[in-house]
Design a protein around this ligand. Structure first.
Ligand code: XIL
Length: 299
């Protein structure tokens, strides 16, 4: 193929990007989006603070702009994200206990129901594990409602949209030897053994000098896949955008049958949440970088 999406499709994969809705009026941005990608993630518009700004009053117009842009052009959509400790609406940040648990489950149910049938994969729960060597859950208002909050969210999402793939998504879970990776692995193994409806694990894969790409990444992907879940690279960016590292990531995904696809976290370096790292495939002018050519060749 001559584009990322078409080449990935030839390998039975997708190639996606995060999209910021307010940039859809930028012609350079939208030209690249429509040409290169066949999967889209809303960078912020489907988060809890965007979709339920006031309790029980849902707001889908910003998300719908992205979903409709994608689906009307034959692109699929990753839903990001139904439950997360961050980017909660203010009303939820101040809640706790059973009221918070009920509000979280209602949010999952309402949003997943609204988009039923339109979402390829949902990040049902995002970033629930702690960094460092503890292997523990991250402390958060959601975690304090009880350790079963994650499985409760997955059951609610499954009831609302049984055909979407339901993913657990996190960062710094790329290195197989890290405690956080092992902790997520153990949770997924437990969920599969008890029939909790989980279909996939998302690896954000924000690679930088503090958490670099390591060659056991392929072992991580294949080990999770061996539990009976799909794996997806959901927010890829690489500090400095080494062409060799981008090539390795693509090769690792292609080497694992259950690796469904790769999403980069933005189009141009200037679109990146870490723009100072120049971590993406297109420069600020929308020109293809060496990393782009490495990815296209590896696909
Ligand atoms: C980031 C967005 O890119 C920023 O625009 C926003 O200010 C903060 O969130 N992990 C995630 C993403 O799951 O939702 C985050 O996106 C990046 C880290």
């Amino acid at each position: 193929g001559t584009t990322l999406g078409a080449s990935a499709a030839e390998k039975g994969r997708y190639f996606g990007t995060a999209v910021a809705g307010f940039k859809l009026s930028d012609n350079t941005y939208t030209t690249i989006l429509n040409r290169e990608f066949n999967m889209v993630t809303a960078e912020n518009e489907m988060k809890m603070n965007a979709t339920e700004p006031q309790q029980g009053r849902f707001s889908f117009s910003a998300a719908d702009q992205i979903v409709n842009h994608a689906r009307s052009r034959g692109m699929s959509v990753r839903g990001h994200t139904l439950a997360w400790h961050s980017q909660q609406p203010g009303w939820m940040e101040s809640m706790s206990g059973s009221a918070l648990r009920q509000a979280m489950l209602n949010h999952v149910t309402q949003v997943a129901t609204y988009y039923r049938g339109k979402i390829h994969s949902w990040d049902v729960v995002n970033e629930a594990f702690a960094d460092g060597s503890s292997g523990a859950r991250r402390d958060s208002n959601l975690q304090r409602t009880g350790n079963d909050w994650i499985e409760a969210a997955f059951r609610a999402a499954d009831a609302a949209d049984p055909n979407a793939k339901l993913c657990y998504n996190d960062y710094n879970t790329d290195n197989w030897t890290h405690a956080k990776t092992q902790a997520v692995y153990n949770m997924v193994r437990d969920f599969k053994s008890r029939g909790v409806p989980i279909d996939c694990v998302g690896f954000q894969s924000h690679f930088n000098n503090d958490s670099p790409y390591v060659s056991n990444y392929r072992t991580t992907l294949s080990s999770f896949a061996a539990l009976g879940v799909d794996v997806q690279i959901t927010e890829l960016d690489i500090e400095g955008a080494s062409a060799n590292t981008y090539r390795s990531v693509v090769e690792d995904c292609l080497a694992v049958a259950r690796c469904n696809g790769i999403t980069v976290w933005g189009i141009r370096d200037s679109d990146s949440w870490r723009s100072y790292q120049n971590p993406l495939l297109f420069d600020g002018n929308g020109q293809k970088k060496a990393a782009y050519n490495a990815v296209l060749t590896a696909l």
